[in-house]
Design a protein around this ligand. Structure first.
Ligand SMILES: Cc1cc2nc3c(=O)[nH]c(=O)nc-3n(C[C@H](O)[C@H](O)[C@H](O)COP(=O)(O)OP(=O)(O)OC[C@H]3O[C@@H](n4cnc5c(N)ncnc54)[C@H](O)[C@@H]3O)c2cc1C
Length: 481
């Protein structure tokens, strides 16, 4: 069968960037090799892509014209093996988190690290080295990966693990598709005794209190996340609610065979008779500062109310993928070119995080560029070469992009990134679209970045694997790599 291909518009998840590109859709290692050869013959660069859930340009081709080729791995998506005794699963690169939990949960296993959406592929989350709401406890997804096969630019395949090709193992996880193609991955999942979690809500009057609450529970929670009202000012700056979740112990759930089932986890498809797939239209009507201020206020007071109540049971899917319960909610930001959203997610060491985040919230309000959604998480360091995680905190902020204020917003985010850098912080490339050219050279320890670039030069001397993100954050010097 010939390798499937098309020309189409390839977009950042936040819709604020994109371009037409030649897209190849391999289904096997042979087709993947064919794609490498065809790209090389065409003198083009190759951008790897999963399901395109990176907010910015991490899986966009380098050029906004048609000469970049995108290798879409999402159709190569079989679960190759799963052991219900150990929870170890082996997958092709395009298997999504959604496919994975549906396969493992009925056997009592849940993916160890998930993102806030279930749509990313396993290769995409390995390439970004994603973190979950349990990053403080279990690390990033790289910590759950046992081994993988990586197809290199010359067509050879290397099997990497902590013991074998250890350097490449730690460099390729978090390399954002620059070193090679994940063609097979094996990872650990987590034993669970119920399809539900016990979730407690704590209201916080300000950001300081929210961080204290999270810190006070790092030893007794399995997941912790803070939802921040970025509109609140003065003494209430950074107010919101913390969700604390813990797995149920064996025997705590009287009906695990039911709650672990896929049907039990499926969220309802409609609300008051309205299909959820249409609810983004309601969000579209909310798309304005005053209305979002109101929504954030309601959420805060709802948190106060829930905070006074006993813990509730949530399904894994409801807790982990809360944002998926409103399909296509991003369209609420507008569905015409130039509109959309960006996420700005600084990671700051623990002793400076509160001051930096307060500063960011205050400046956003002063500039009248207030994020509609704010999410606070606690993190821990990990051994991967280009990791974003620090012993500290991140605050993910969703800013609306409009044609009128796009340039101002991007310049503002660059200003804010200087504050973060000065505090020893980092950024997470899966979320970025605004960092200044060359920023990567200032963000990572020089010897670490140098080692990565040397490895890139050794494995991919023709610089076949490229993305728009890397061109930008390396300062368009990726040909040096
Ligand atoms: C609503 C929402 C919530 C999110 N929540 C979180 C969160 O809580 N935590 C978090 O860490 N992230 C989060 N993310 C980000 C998301 O998890 C990452 O961007 C993830 O990488 C997306 O995977 P993907 O399959 O869509 O890959 P893409 O976005 O298509 O690509 C991501 C990277 O993977 C590379 N890549 C793709 N396939 C391969 C391959 N086969 N081999 C090598 N490299 C490859 C690409 O080149 C690119 O650099 C969220 C995103 C959204 C939209």
């Amino acid at each position: 069968m010939p390798l499937a291909r098309s020309y189409r518009y390839v977009e950042a998840w936040g819709m604020a960037a994109g371009s037409e590109a030649r897209v190849l859709l391999p289904h096997s290692l042979e087709e993947m090799r064919e794609a490498l050869a065809a790209t090389r013959a065409a003198g083009s660069s190759l951008t790897l892509r999963g399901t395109g859930n990176s907010y910015g340009d991490a899986s966009l081709p380098v050029s906004a014209s048609r000469d970049g080729t995108v290798l879409d791995c999402s159709r190569w998506n079989r679960i190759l093996a799963f052991d219900p005794e150990t929870g170890i699963v082996e997958v092709e690169p395009g298997v999504t988190l959604d496919l994975l939990w549906r396969h493992t949960l009925p056997h009592g296993w849940w993916p160890q690290v998930v993102s806030g959406t279930s749509f990313p592929t396993i290769a995409g989350i390995a390439a970004a080295n994603i973190h979950g709401k349990n990053n403080f406890a279990v690390g990033t997804v790289g910590d759950a990966i046992l081994d993988f096969d990586l197809l290199l630019a010359d067509g050879s395949v290397r099997t990497c693990s902590r013991e074998r090709e250890s350097e490449l193992f730690h460099a390729a996880i978090g390399a954002f598709g620059l070193l090679g193609v994940f063609t097979r991955l094996r990872l650990r999942t987590k034993r669970v005794y119920s399809g539900e979690l016990s979730v407690t809500t704590y209201a916080s009057h300000d950001l300081g209190e929210m961080m204290e609450t999270v810190q006070a529970h790092v030893d007794d929670a399995d997941y912790l996340v803070g939802w921040v009202d970025a509109f609140a000012r003065g003494d209430a700056l950074g107010r919101g609610q913390v969700h604390h979740a813990r797995y149920l112990d064996e025997g705590e759930d009287p009906h695990p065979e039911e709650t672990l089932g896929v049907a039990y986890q499926e969220p309802p498809r409609s609300v008051f008779g309205v299909p959820k797939s249409e609810l983004w239209r309601v969000m579209r009507m909310l798309n304005g500062d005053r209305r979002w201020r109101f929504v954030n206020s309601v959420r805060y007071w709802q948190g106060r109310l829930e905070g006074a109540m006993a813990p509730r049971r949530w399904t894994h899917v409801e807790f982990a993928f809360l944002l998926d319960s409103l399909p296509n909610w991003k369209w609420g930001y507008g569905r015409v070119p130039g509109r959309g959203l960006i996420q700005f997610q600084p990671f700051v060491p623990r002793d400076r995080a509160l001051d930096v985040f307060r500063d960011i919230l205050r400046k956003s309000q002063e500039r009248d560029l207030v994020p509609y959604l704010g999410v606070l998480k606690r993190h821990r360091p990990d051994p991967f070469w280009l990791t974003h995680a620090v012993d500290g905190w991140s605050l993910a902020l969703d800013y609306k992009v409009t044609p009128a204020r796009r340039d101002e917003l991007f310049a503002f985010c660059r200003e804010l990134s200087e504050l973060v850098l000065a505090a020893g912080g980092r950024f997470y490339f899966a979320k970025d679209l605004t960092l200044a050219p060359g920023f990567a050279r200032r963000m990572f320890p020089p010897e670490r970045l140098q080692a990565f670039l040397e490895l890139k030069r050794e494995l991919d001397p023709e610089n076949l694997f490229q993305t728009r993100l890397w061109r930008r954050v390396l300062g368009d010097q990726s040909n040096d790599a």
